[in-house]
Ligand binder design. Structure first.
Ligand code: AMP
Length: 492
């Protein structure tokens, strides 16, 4: 398919696509839409940034239009499950944008906000409901929603759901759905647990795939700054003052770490704000809006909280801590150099385990990143003493030392502007619920963590395996206003 016209989508949808300036379907759209339009189940391997949302939203909108019926009270016709609040909001925005010439009702059911408004917005029933699994179950259990009339189910980012411990919730939701429905299932990777889940949910699915990338963005200059652990806050302050920063996104591995960074910056007179899992949804939205508008230049975030954030004009990504999962590094630095811009990624690396994380990253991206050494002699010695003996270890702290398979020197390479990069097989036990029902994530074993300082690091599936993985073009997500002013606003 080389044009959206070839799909034969209903006229109001085609008009909306024209207004969105969509001319050519992306590979995942070209593969998925024809199957989905026939009513067939689809299992798709694709990441965010490939145009995946339209690949399920467009055929579903078309099929809703073919059979216009009023949703029953407290029901939805389309149920989209997504792992995070931000992604859920973006998916709903996409439905509303592509469906702007279609009178559709839609709602969002996400955690972290009071349930009352969501219950009220579901009273009359809605066409499209986008939800995170936990809140969806809460709504069902409190009789705010019945799932008996769902005609279309979309499961987005299934592997993230597994990572975040949602799989049991998903099974519970699926058990309440009508057997006769169309299911569209998307995941960036297909580890065994996800393949099994898909098998249990789909009937004779068509399989489509676009290959993920393993490489970091071409226009990103990556800098590694070796600093003493205790000097990191002062070093960050200096960087933020000296570098030509438009917008900086600073990553920490923990929520507690994010708050500490904000406090130390405030002391140095730099206004920054943090977003992480302990902040309310309202706070996250206000903070993001302030970051987008340029009111605050520095945003400090954990990996989970940053998921789904798509802000243009981030000139610098600064890793205050290195992530313990190398794919997360690729994901983090992909937040800069979007929309054709150049970007700088600076990582502050102390000794000990951070050096082994750095080696894992270099092995994944196949580049030896040149190090800039800003350590004191004492810091250098301490780092050396702490450095764990890793298998395949190349000598730390020496510019030009090469991890296995790494290309030397050049820190700018690759082929993607993606929001994400994961591959390989899942680890059994990832993301299961703990006995008290709280979500458990794999801990990275950061030293000196406070007891409530839960790591927000999400595990990636297996070791990186860049070989044979080809790059695909990734698209930028624009934030769009909701198209139809008459449409019932969705509740947050
Ligand atoms: P997604 O992977 O669904 O998050 O989409 C990433 C971005 O690509 C979003 O901003 C979409 O609006 C945009 N997009 C999706 N499909 C197309 C297309 N066929 N042409 C141009 N932009 C697109």
């Amino acid at each position: 398919m080389t044009s959206f016209q070839d799909f034969g989508l209903a006229d109001p949808i085609s008009r909306a696509l024209k207004e969105e300036n969509y001319v050519t379907p992306t590979p995942i759209q070209a593969q998925t839409i024809p199957f989905a339009l026939t009513g067939r189940d689809v299992i798709g391997i694709a990441q965010t940034g490939t145009g995946k949302t339209a690949s399920f939203a467009l055929p579903i909108l078309h099929r809703l239009l073919e059979n216009r019926i009023r949703p029953q009270p407290k029901t939805c016709r389309v149920l989209v499950l997504s792992p995070t609040r931000e992604l859920s909001g973006q998916i709903l925005d996409s439905f509303n944008a592509y469906g702007r010439h279609v009178r559709l009702s839609s709602a969002l059911a996400i955690g972290g906000v009071p349930m009352g408004r969501q219950v009220r917005s579901l009273m009359q029933g809605v066409d499209v409901l986008v939800a995170t699994p936990g809140r969806l179950l809460d709504l069902v259990q409190s009789n705010g929603l019945k799932l008996s009339s769902v005609e279309f189910l979309v499961l987005d980012e299934a592997d993230r759901m597994l990572d975040m411990g949602f799989i049991n919730d998903i099974r519970k939701v699926v058990a309440k759905l009508p057997i006769k429905r169309q299911t569209l299932f998307f995941s960036a990777t297909m580890p065994k647990d996800i393949a099994e889940l898909a098998d249990s949910m789909l009937r004779d699915p068509a399989r489509v795939a676009v290959t993920p990338v393993a490489s970091t963005a071409e226009r990103i200059t990556q800098r590694i700054m070796q600093v003493d652990f205790s000097a990191k806050p002062a070093f960050l302050t200096k960087l933020l003052k000296d570098e030509p920063i438009n917008r900086a996104l600073v990553f920490t591995r923990t929520k507690h770490g994010a708050d500490k960074v904000v406090k130390s910056l405030a002391k140095a007179g730099i206004a920054a704000n943090a977003i992480h899992g302990n902040k309310s949804q309202n706070h996250r939205e206000r903070t993001l809006a302030a970051f987008r508008s340029g009111e605050i230049r520095t945003l400090v975030a954990t990996d989970i909280a940053a998921r789904g954030i798509d802000v243009d004009g981030i000139s610098h990504v600064i890793n205050f801590d290195l992530p313990n999962v190398p794919e997360t590094y690729v994901h983090r630095i992909g937040r800069t150099a979007r929309a054709g811009a150049e970007g700088i990624a600076i990582s502050l690396v102390a000794g000990g385990e951070e050096l082994s994380y750095l080696r894992d990253i270099e092995r994944l991206i196949r580049v030896a990143l040149p190090r800039e050494d800003h350590r004191t002699d004492a810091g250098r010695e301490a780092a050396h003493a702490k450095s764990p003996a890793a298998p395949h270890q190349h000598r730390a702290g020496r510019p030009g030392s090469r991890p296995q398979g790494a290309r030397p020197g050049n820190a700018r390479h690759g082929d993607s502007r993606h929001g994400d990069s994961r591959h390989g097989a899942g680890r059994p036990g990832d993301g299961q619920k703990s006995s008290n029902g709280s979500r458990r994530r794999r801990s990275g074993g950061k030293p000196n963590s406070a007891p409530n300082d839960r790591l927000e690091q999400r595990p990636a599936h297996g070791a990186g395996k860049p070989d044979g993985i080809q790059g695909v073009a990734f698209l930028r997500r624009e934030s769009r206003p909701n198209g139809n002013p008459n449409r019932k606003p969705y509740s947050h």
